[in-house]
Ligand binder design. Sequence first.
Ligand code: B3K
Ligand code: ZN
Length: 858
Amino acid sequence: PQPVRLADYRPFPFAIETTRLVFDLHPTATKVTAELAIRRVGDATEPLVLDGERLKLLSIAIDGQALGANQFVVDAEHLTIAEVPDRFVLTTEVEIDPSSNKALTGLYMSGGRFCTQCEAEGFRTITYFPDRPDVLSRYTVRIEADRKFPHLLSNGNPGAFGQVGETRHFLEWTDPFPKPCYLFALVAGDLDVLADKFITMSGREVALRILVDPGQASRAAYALDSLKRAMKWDEDTFGREYDLDLFAIVAVRDFNFGAMENKGLNIFNSALLLADPETATDLDYERIEAVVAHEYFHNWTGNRITCRDWFQLCLKEGFTVFRDQSFSADQRGAAVQRIKDVRALRARQFAEDAGPLAHPVRPSSYLKIDNFYTATIYEKGAEIIRMLKTILGDAAFRKGSDLYFDRHDGQATTVEAFIACFAEASGRDLTAFFDWYEQAGTPSVTIDTDYDAAAKALTLTLTQSTAPTPGQPNKKPLPIPVAIGLLSAEGEVLRDTEIVLLDQARQTVRWEGVTSAPVLSALRGFSAPVNLTTDARASDRYVLFAADPDLFNRWEAGQTLARDLILARAAGTPDEVGEERYADALGRALVDDAAEPAFKALLLALPSEPDLALMSDPADPAALHEARDTLRTRIAVHLGDLLRRLHGEMQSEGEFSASAEAAGRRALRNACIEILAADPRDDNLMRIVGHFEASRNMTDMIGALYPLVSIGGVAREKALANFHFAWRAEPLVLDKWFAVQGRDPNEDALERVIALTSYPDFEPTNPNRLRALVATFANFNPARFHDPSGAGYRFLADQILAVDAFNPTTAARLVDPLGGWRRYKPELGQQMREQLERIKAHPGLSRNVLELVAKALD
Ligand code: B3K
Ligand code: ZN
């Protein structure tokens, strides 16, 4: 297969002024009639080439005249009409079968309902159309279906409706805003509605509707509340107002990823929409709030202004992630939010950037665009916007975004056009900054300090370099904003935060008036997505861990200390004195009354095994697991009394509250028992079992279920059986039951995971269920996935091949854990590689999976 290249971009030679779609819905044979009003805008010799896959063409006409068989050509991917007038109406009628569509792109059925997913290229399986984001058209849609499907929904505003014969009905929708076809959506089925309204800043009333499975409406309350807060926040923060009379969200159980921002009709994976205290954890609440906001924010960053081509994906995704992260920070507290965002960035994006799939935030070629919905495009894309704001300052940043919304409204545009708005608004040259979009890899930054006590001057030497990535052997220096402050050895502030812009390979900065030997607090708030090395000693880190006013760096200091101790132990050189010292310092941090429980919970979480693997070369997952567990046990023993006391103190008796504050207390309580589980003496075990049995919300219940599973034996069996019995009828909760077993650290875990795949509740066609077990195991259980026998790798490869036969998008997203094979010790890496080879040789492999395994093997 030939890659698509950015350099080959050509505008589409026709404009589709209006699009009228008529859906005659039947589960196995849906008819779609498309009437496209087309005008030539390019060369007179250009043929009309439309995308279309898996469509049965029933009829085709231009201006009402049926075309003869020699006037058009249909192949597996296109409809081509060599000669067309300059202005005409093309009418096609096709038949499709939603009921057999298990790929979950295009029009498919979930839970007996019709629904769609068109981004990136699903629309071409619904009708013939130029399926590219730069062709914007005004849509009217008529949906006709059996009355068994009471709700008929599409984008925009509803219009005419009525009965058709005895059993069917119809409804028309008009979307006044021109849009690319990837934002088209349709839903038909039996749904319950949670309704509300929102008055926009200019006083317009917007009807809000969340539509869910019958009986589930109350579980949509938190999503609705999040939506209203997000709408208000976007008005206050970016001056963006909603533009239609209706904003609807529909939840579906079968969905390839989180959610989709279709114009006026968002479609959500039910896992990211439905929540109540009994069935959802605080993490679910947090993600629902963030994703509801994210999809809503796309209405401006994505829908009103969209991407010219899919290489510009970060234009909408990076900016929208930045917007949702800022929203969450305002809702839940900036420091805690930043720590969580950085943890996710390092775990997913830094890993990607360090492996065979490293690519720039704006890539220059792809085989399957579905594979480019990556952590790099999303999360690193957001980091770039964050740096832009840090470099320009708040006021100039807002001026730039205002200019962007104003200038490009209604357009499909590029990252260059976006950055140009900020350059113009701030008067700064952002040419070098643009390299962040085009250069892959995580820069390494070093800072060396030289303090001259006599002169009371500190000289900082900063350097940067980026290792080669596939296709990019030579890297340029990037403009890196490094936020730096100084503390005294006693932990007092010596100098407030200043942004040093490192834009050369090597740079020195001299600070006068530094009154005592300083402790450096660098890259505060994680001011840039880089790996930082400094000449700090462990004693400096303890100063930061105890006293850095920048909470991100306080947390970071603790993580670095823990990481170094674990890595030393894994390498066979344990530092027992250091481990005691770390536990002591952690104990002091936990009794600091000024710190929030949510922050303390983060301090208690040791660096994860995948993160540790990324830091060691080559990685030995078994040794890392062992070493991390030993440190955890040491903390459990050393701080046992304190952890038990905190666990008691954090318990709340009153009504459940989903607030960040209440969630923080639950998080700290759970973090305490997660550590205590490493020392499963009787009173600890009883405490955890008691916590499990007394839990009245899912956060508490899951908080104890994982520790009990990790302890193994009877504790594990009993807890799993009780949990399953209680929740067997709740798919979203049962997903958690599978996920907890995916993370089971006991030696028999792989065997059990394999056995679970033949369990009646295991539905591989449902991506949530599949990922709960298989992706959780492969990504978050390194000690068991990297079984020396290679059985973990074989299991994953079997799953990938099985799923690829019906859902390539989801199969491709399982490849990643094998992709990093070069970073593991050779006896493991070799076996990982063999499984990649085996997948690659499989007949009939999808392009999605092929692209990823080929790159991983390259
Ligand atoms: N834009 C969608 C993602 C679509 C993924 C297509 N493979 C959701 C989001 O990022 O908001
Ligand atoms: Zn998005």
